[in-house]
Design a protein around this ligand. Structure first.
Ligand SMILES: [Zn+2]
Length: 365
């Protein structure tokens, strides 16, 4: 039975008929989709798009985690939200859940308004069959990769900025036989750290808020993410594209980097050292006592090219920059960010979650 009290098996034949005609899905595949529990971390453009596709496909439970509220600048690409959501600044997870329930009342939607971090990661991922990356920061992605490797969960990494995007499915080695999605060690793939041993330093990469992002790029990325997810859930483990797939529909580019086997020197999926999950790695966010100010320390200290960062941030506010610090008074927000050459940042807000959101948007981590 489903949440609305109807018999899902009788109704599914009609609702899911067109995809059940596909030999790879059929009755058995649809039942597997219906029994599946998928976690979507981050409900921005990627999270919205994948949630929409998986809800329509009849994935039985979608747990959606996001710390943010809907803003008008989201509406160009975040397909689950409408003007009223932005006008009333609704939490994204709540607005997404309402829309998804309207699209498909026969599935379970579990919204969670929270910041995904090491302290709550294990709880958030409990009873989940597959992890979808809808994140906008690398700390979150390396934390998700740690979770995937530690608990042997499939993880679909993805990102998009400008006109380009990437997708890479991860099947960590050592999958136990009792899982909804099962694979052998011979079918295992490299994890995120096998391919990118270290995340890029904070402030070194463009973000959607500074470089922009194209709607059709999001559509291309989510199509690949959702196709990989559905393939895994119906058991097409050998068939789906397991490359590091980079897509740019604006430039007409489509490249696949074959990543080979998991690395035997990977600290995460081989040595099982989960730095983001268990050893406090990642940006440290702390409110400064007595001041409306949050300090963010990057996970590893690095020398930041402040002149280049100033160039990237120039369209977004008034900048003062010398070789030691960069301060931007943001045009779209009533606050400022000060970044030091070692990557440390001060955000002029009292709330540490809101400060972290602003840091990820403008500086990037
Ligand atoms: Zn690895």
């Amino acid at each position: 039975m489903s949440p609305d009290g109807t018999d899902q098996s009788q109704n599914a034949a009609g609702r899911y008929h067109r995809q059940m005609l596909l030999p790879d899905i059929g009755d058995a595949g649809q039942q597997r989709l219906s029994a599946a529990r998928v976690l979507i971390i981050g409900c921005g453009a990627l999270g919205c798009g994948v949630a929409d596709l998986l809800a329509r496909a009849g994935v039985g439970t979608l747990r959606i985690v996001d710390r943010d509220i809907v803003e008008e600048t989201n509406l160009q690409r975040q397909v689950l939200f409408c003007q009223a959501d932005a006008d009333s600044a609704r939490p994204k997870a709540i607005a997404a859940a309402e829309r998804l329930r309207a699209i498909n009342p026969r599935i379970n939607i579990e919204p969670l308004v929270d910041d995904f971090r090491a302290a709550n990661a294990a709880l958030i991922t409990t009873d989940i069959d597959l992890l979808i990356d809808g994140l906008d920061n690398f700390d979150g992605r390396y934390l998700l990769n740690d979770i995937a490797a530690k608990y042997h969960l499939p993880y679909i990494y993805a990102g998009a900025v400008g006109t380009g995007g990437v997708v890479m499915p991860v099947l960590p080695r050592g999958c136990p036989p009792d899982r909804a999605v099962r694979w052998t060690d011979a079918q295992a793939t490299p994890c995120l750290r096998c391919v990118f041993p270290e995340p890029p330093p904070a402030g070194s990469t463009p973000t959607c808020d500074t470089a922009g992002v194209l709607g059709p790029t999001i559509a291309a990325v989510i199509a690949n993410q959702a196709a990989a997810a559905m393939s895994m859930l119906v058991g097409r483990i050998d068939e789906f594209d397991r490359s590091l797939h980079s897509i740019d529909p604006w430039q007409g580019e489509d490249r696949r980097l074959h990543t080979g086997s998991p690395r035997d020197d990977c600290p995460c999926c081989h040595d099982r050292i989960f730095e983001w999950l268990e050893h406090g790695r990642g940006c440290d966010t702390s409110s400064l006592c007595g001041r409306e100010m949050v300090q963010i320390l990057p996970s590893s200290s690095s020398s930041l090219d402040l002149a280049m960062l100033a160039q990237r941030l120039a369209p977004h506010g008034t900048i003062k920059c010398d070789e030691h610090t960069l301060r931007i008074d943001l045009a779209q927000e009533s606050t400022s960010i000060t970044v030091f050459a070692d990557g440390r940042a001060l955000i002029g807000l009292a709330d540490s979650t809101a400060a972290r959101t602003l840091f990820d948007r403008y500086i990037g981590s």
